[in-house]
Design a protein around this ligand. Structure first.
Ligand code: V47
Length: 367
C-alpha cells in the first residue's frame, strides 16, 4: 500500500490518520479534490478497522411515514404534499399500529417513523401513536420524528424542546433519526429548504435530546447546490457538537435524488459513484468522534452500499420494508431487503455481520 502514497498529495494526511490526529477543513478539501479514490478508501478503512475490526452491523428495521401532508414543502423533497393535493395522505392511528405489527415475519428491532409537518396532527396524535406502536411491536426501539418535527410540535403547542421530547419519551420514543439536517449551512438551506428550521435550530434540537439522555443520528443530504466546502462545514459543525455532548451515534450520508422535486427543473443530476464513495470515506475520516458511518442502501443500490464497506462504512441499513421519501424522488431500488441478503452482502465483502439494535447492542452474530 505504501506505493499508493508515493508522490501523493495525500501523504501528509496518511501520516495524520495513522497517528490518530484530527483532520482539518484543509485536509478535507485536499481529500475531496483528489481523484485517488483507492487511496482515500484505504485511509478511511484504517479508521474503520481501528474502530470496528471486521464487525459490520446491520439492523432489522421498519420505516413508517405517517403523513406526507407538509406545511413547508421543501424544494429538495418529492414526498411532501399540500392537504388538498392528489396523493396527500395521513394514516390513522389504527393504520400506523397495523403497520408496526406487520413485519413480514421478521423480528423487527427498530421502528423508524417520520412524516411531514401536518397542521392537523397535534402532540396527542404522536403520544398515542408511540403508545400503540410500543404495544404492536413490543421490544422494538422507536426511532422517530426528525428535529424538524420536534421543533414544529414545540412551536404549535408553545412548549420548550425539552418538554416535547420528554413527553414523547414518556410515551415510548427512544431516539431521534438523523433526517432534516440536509446541509447545516444557511446559504444552502435558503435554496433547497428555505422554510425549514435553521442549521442552528436543528443542532439545538439534537443538543436538547442529548441533554436528556437520548441518542440521535445525523444525515447529510449532498449532491445538489452545495459546495464540497459546505459539506465539510456540515461535518465540522457536527464534530463540534459531538465534542460537547457525545450524543450522536451514527452519521448517514444521503445522495440527493432530484426526480419530482422543484430542484429537478434546475437540471440537477444524480451524484456519481466516485462522489458517493469519496463522501463515505471522507465522512469517516473527518468525523473522528462519531462511532458509526452507515450506508442506506435504498439511495445507493445494494451493490454500491456493499462497496462502501471498503470505504469507511461499518453499518448497512437495513430491512426497511416500506420506503416513500426516496422512491417519490425516483429511487429505483426495492423497498425491502431480507435479513439473509444483508448478511450475505456483508460476508461477501469479507466482513463479519453483526445484527444490532438502535443503540448498537448486539442481537446476533456468527451467521
Ligand atoms: O430528512 C428528502 C432526505 C431524509 C430527498 O437516522 C432525500 O438512521 C434524497 O433521514 N433525495 C429522510 N434524500 C431519511 C433519513 C434517514 C434514512 C435512513 C436512516 C436514517 C437514520 C435517517 O431523506 C430527509 C431528507 O434529508 N431526502 N428528499 C431526495 N429527493
Amino acid at each position: 500500500m505504501e506505493e499508493l502514497f508515493e508522490n501523493s498529495e495525500l501523504k501528509e494526511i496518511k501520516s495524520k490518520v495513522e497517528q490518530g490526529k484530527r483532520l482539518t477543513m484543509e485536509d478535507g478539501l485536499k481529500l475531496y479534490s483528489s481523484n485517488d479514490l483507492l487511496a482515500i478508501g484505504y485511509l478511511a478503512d484504517i479508521v474503520r478497522k481501528r474502530k470496528h475490526g471486521d464487525r459490520t452491523y446491520f439492523i432489522v428495521n421498519r420505516h413508517i411515514n405517517h403523513t406526507n401532508v407538509c406545511e413547508i414543502l421543501c424544494k429538495l423533497c418529492a414526498f411532501g404534499r399540500k392537504a388538498e393535493d392528489e396523493g396527500a395522505y395521513t394514516l390513522s392511528l389504527d393504520e400506523v399500529e397495523a403497520k408496526a405489527g406487520e413485519c413480514h415475519g421478521l423480528k423487527v428491532s427498530e421502528i423508524h417513523i417520520v412524516g411531514g409537518l401536518n397542521p392537523n396532527l397535534k402532540l396527542d396524535y404522536y403520544v398515542e401513536m408511540l403508545q400503540r406502536v410500543r404495544r404492536a411491536a413490543p421490544g422494538a426501539f422507536i426511532q422517530s420524528f426528525t428535529a424538524v418535527e420536534i421543533d414544529y410540535l414545540a412551536r404549535i403547542h408553545n412548549l420548550s424542546l425539552e418538554e416535547v421530547l420528554k413527553t414523547l419519551m414518556a410515551a415510548g420514543l427512544d431516539s431521534l433519526p438523523g433526517g432534516g439536517a440536509e446541509i447545516l449551512v444557511q446559504r444552502v438551506r435558503d435554496i433547497i429548504c428555505e422554510n425549514k428550521i435553521t442549521a442552528d435550530r436543528w443542532l439545538e434540537v439534537h443538543a436538547a435530546a442529548h441533554k436528556i439522555g437520548m441518542r440521535t443520528n445525523v444525515t447529510m443530504l449532498y449532491g445538489h447546490v452545495e459546495t464540497v466546502e459546505e459539506r465539510l462545514e456540515h461535518m465540522l459543525k457536527l464534530r463540534e457538537l459531538q465534542d460537547k455532548t457525545g450524543g450522536f451515534l451514527t452519521f448517514i450520508p444521503l445522495a440527493f435524488h432530484p426526480r419530482n422535486t422543484a430542484l429537478e427543473m434546475e437540471q440537477l443530476s444524480h451524484t456519481t459513484g466516485y462522489d458517493d464513495l469519496k463522501t463515505f470515506a471522507i465522512s469517516r475520516l473527518m468525523l473522528d468522534n462519531i462511532e458509526h458511518i452507515k450506508a442506506y442502501w435504498i439511495l445507493y443500490g445494494p451493490k454500491m452500499a456493499q462497496t462502501s464497506l471498503s470505504f469507511g462504512v461499518n453499518d448497512l441499513d437495513g430491512t426497511v420494508i416500506e420506503e416513500k421519501i426516496a422512491h417519490d424522488a425516483g429511487a429505483e431500488t426495492a423497498q425491502f431487503m431480507t435479513k439473509n441478503k444483508l448478511i450475505n452482502m456483508i460476508k461477501a465483502a469479507g466482513k463479519m455481520p453483526v445484527e444490532r439494535d438502535t443503540l448498537y447492542n448486539v442481537l446476533g452474530e456468527g451467521f
